[in-house]
Design a protein. Structure first.
Length: 203
C-alpha cells in the first residue's frame, strides 16, 4: 500500500513540470506573434486593395463617389471590429504568463491549498478566455459587407474591366487573409487550452 501511494503521489505532482509549463507558454507567445503578423497582413491587404479600387474609379462617373465612400466606411468598420476581436483574444497571453508563474510556485509548494485553489480557478478562466473573442473573429472576418460593396461598384461600372478584376482580387484577399488570421487564432486558442489543461492537472 505504501509503495502504491508513493507512486500515485509522484504521478499527481510531477506529471506536469515547470518545463512543461514553460514549453506551453513559449508556444502561446509564438502563436500570439503569428496572430499579430496575420492581422497586420490583413490590414495591409485591405488598404492596398482599397487604394487600387480608388485608382480604378478615377475619372469615372461622380455617382461612384457615394458607392466608394460606402466601401471605405464598411471596410474601416470591418478592420476595426477584427482588430478589437484580436485584442480581446490575445488578452490570454498575459494571463498565461501570470498563471504559469502561479503554477511554478505551486510545483515548489504542492501542499499550499490556497495557491492550489487559485491555480485551479485561474486555469478554468484561462481555458474559457479565448472562446468568445475567437467566435467574434470568425464571424467578423466572414460577415463583412465589403464584398457586397464591391459588387455594387462593379455593377454600376459594367464596362470597367480593370475594376472588375481588382474587385475580384479584393474579394479573394478578404477571404484568404481573413481565413489565415482565423486559422492562427484557432491555433492560439487551442494552445492556450493546452496550457490551461496542464495547469489544472497540478491540483
Amino acid at each position: 500500500m505504501s509503495r502504491f501511494m508513493q507512486s500515485l503521489e509522484s504521478r499527481t505532482l510531477f506529471s506536469v513540470t515547470s518545463a512543461t509549463l514553460a514549453m506551453d507558454l513559449s508556444t502561446n507567445v509564438a502563436d500570439d506573434k503569428a496572430v499579430r503578423a496575420d492581422l497586420a497582413a490583413f490590414q495591409k491587404g485591405a488598404a492596398a486593395d482599397e487604394k487600387t479600387i480608388t485608382t480604378d474609379l478615377k475619372g469615372a462617373s461622380k455617382s461612384n463617389a457615394a458607392l466608394l465612400k460606402t466601401l471605405k466606411t464598411d471596410e474601416s468598420k470591418a478592420v476595426a471590429a477584427i482588430k478589437k476581436d484580436v485584442a480581446s483574444l490575445l488578452k490570454a497571453t498575459p494571463l498565461s504568463k501570470k498563471d504559469v508563474g502561479e503554477g511554478d510556485a505551486l510545483l515548489k509548494k504542492p501542499t499550499n491549498t490556497a495557491l492550489a485553489t487559485k491555480v485551479s480557478a485561474d486555469a478554468t478562466a484561462l481555458g474559457n478566455s479565448t472562446s468568445a473573442p475567437l467566435t467574434s473573429l470568425e464571424s467578423d472576418t466572414t460577415g463583412t459587407t465589403v464584398s457586397a460593396d464591391l459588387t455594387a461598384l462593379t455593377t454600376a461600372n459594367p464596362t470597367n474591366t480593370t475594376l472588375a478584376t481588382d474587385a475580384a482580387t479584393a474579394r479573394t484577399d478578404l477571404s484568404t487573409l481573413g481565413g489565415t488570421l482565423v486559422t492562427a487564432g484557432q491555433k492560439y486558442s487551442t494552445d492556450v487550452g493546452t496550457l490551461a489543461t496542464d495547469l489544472s492537472t497540478l491540483m
